[in-house]
Ligand binder design. Structure first.
Ligand code: FES
Ligand code: FE2
Length: 315
């Protein structure tokens, strides 16, 4: 399909000679997507799950359900803490309580619980990577001291969104391992998407990020999965080289997942950091809104994939 030309306001890219003329539906290979997915699923997770962005933890206790368990998350003395969302006294939901002196106060009888725990009620092992909060519910097996963090740019400007979808984490990864849907399914955001190369587990694309219908920034980006619940897009040529989009899929329960996507933007342009310092608070909601819009669509894709799997594959 020949797409309309556009004005590239980013940096020029070298010509690419390995681009197929086949229509996208012929290039999109379900067998490649499945084998790349299986490679990702076989990687170790270290037992870690992303909870949410650090910024999402506000001034009160917050409830999360992760892998079938209920947690309360709050800002404790030494950082964000995560603990079972059930009061050790009579089981009230602590996330319905409030914070006092960096402790969670139970809404039923006022017991104040801090990060030091009380008896069998103990906070979980958690990790703050500067942008995201992770938990490691189990300590045995292949548990690692820290999550498997993808390479991140330095410095970066971060923006994170979270939404839920009726699917498993593997459906979220499978969506991103299919770049061929990009300019068809999200024509408002992507154009001229072409696959440059792929190996067993990574795929490199050239794509225009649309700013308006005819104006955009063309970049080359590679997608790969560092662990069984994460897929990372890294810009390797064009504007913003080194910027990444980390998409993390956390199981809520079978057939339900949270998608936590963080954009870590960088640039070697000298104006980048001063601009972000001055206007970051306006830019962040714009990036988050755009990511959410894409994930409303990609969530529908992942949910459809989950539905199809229910007919042919028990998961
Ligand atoms: S149930 Fe929490 S203090 Fe009683
Ligand atoms: Fe998509």
């Amino acid at each position: 399909m020949t797409e309309p030309s556009f004005l590239n306001i980013g940096r020029g890219l070298p010509p690419a000679d390995s681009i197929s003329d086949l229509p996208d539906w012929k290039q999109a290979q379900p067998a490649w997507i499945e084998s790349a997915l299986q490679r990702a699923l076989a990687k170790p997770s270290g037992g870690w799950f992303v909870v949410d962005s650090k910024r999402a933890i506000g001034d009160g206790p917050k409830h999360y359900r992760i892998d079938g368990q209920e947690y309360v998350v709050w800002k404790a003395k030494s950082g964000v803490a995560v603990a079972p969302d059930s009061c050790p006294h009579m089981g009230a939901r602590l996330s319905d309580g409030f914070l006092r002196d960096e402790c969670v106060v139970c809404p039923w009888h006022g017991l104040a619980l801090g990060e030091e725990g009380l008896g069998r009620w103990q906070p979980l092992t958690s990790y703050d990577d500067g942008v995201l909060i992770w938990i490691r519910p189990e300590s045995g097996g292949d548990a690692t001291e820290k999550p498997m963090l993808p390479a991140r740019p330095d410095p970066y400007f971060d923006a994170t969104m979270r939404l839920e979808a009726r699917c498993d984490p593997r459906d979220v990864l499978a969506n991103r391992l299919d770049p061929w849907h990009g300019s068809h399914f999200h024509p408002h955001s992507f154009g001229n998407l072409r696959v440059l190369e792929k190996d067993d587990e990574a795929i490199t694309v050239r794509v225009v990020y649309r700013i308006t219908k005819r104006v955009g920034m063309e970049v080359d980006a590679v997608f790969d999965c560092p662990d069984p619940r994460t897929i990372v897009m890294t810009i390797i040529r064009g504007e913003g080289v080194g910027s990444v989009v980390e998409t993390h899929a956390t199981p809520i329960e079978p057939g339900r997942s949270a998608v936590i996507e963080t954009t870590l933007a960088t640039s070697d342009r000298p104006q980048f950091l001063p601009f972000m310092r001055a206007f970051g608070r306006f830019v962040r909601p714009v990036i988050e809104k755009r990511a959410r819009r894409l994930w409303v669509e990609d969530g529908a894709y992942a949910e459809r994939r989950y539905e199809l799997r229910q007919g042919t594959d028990s998961g």
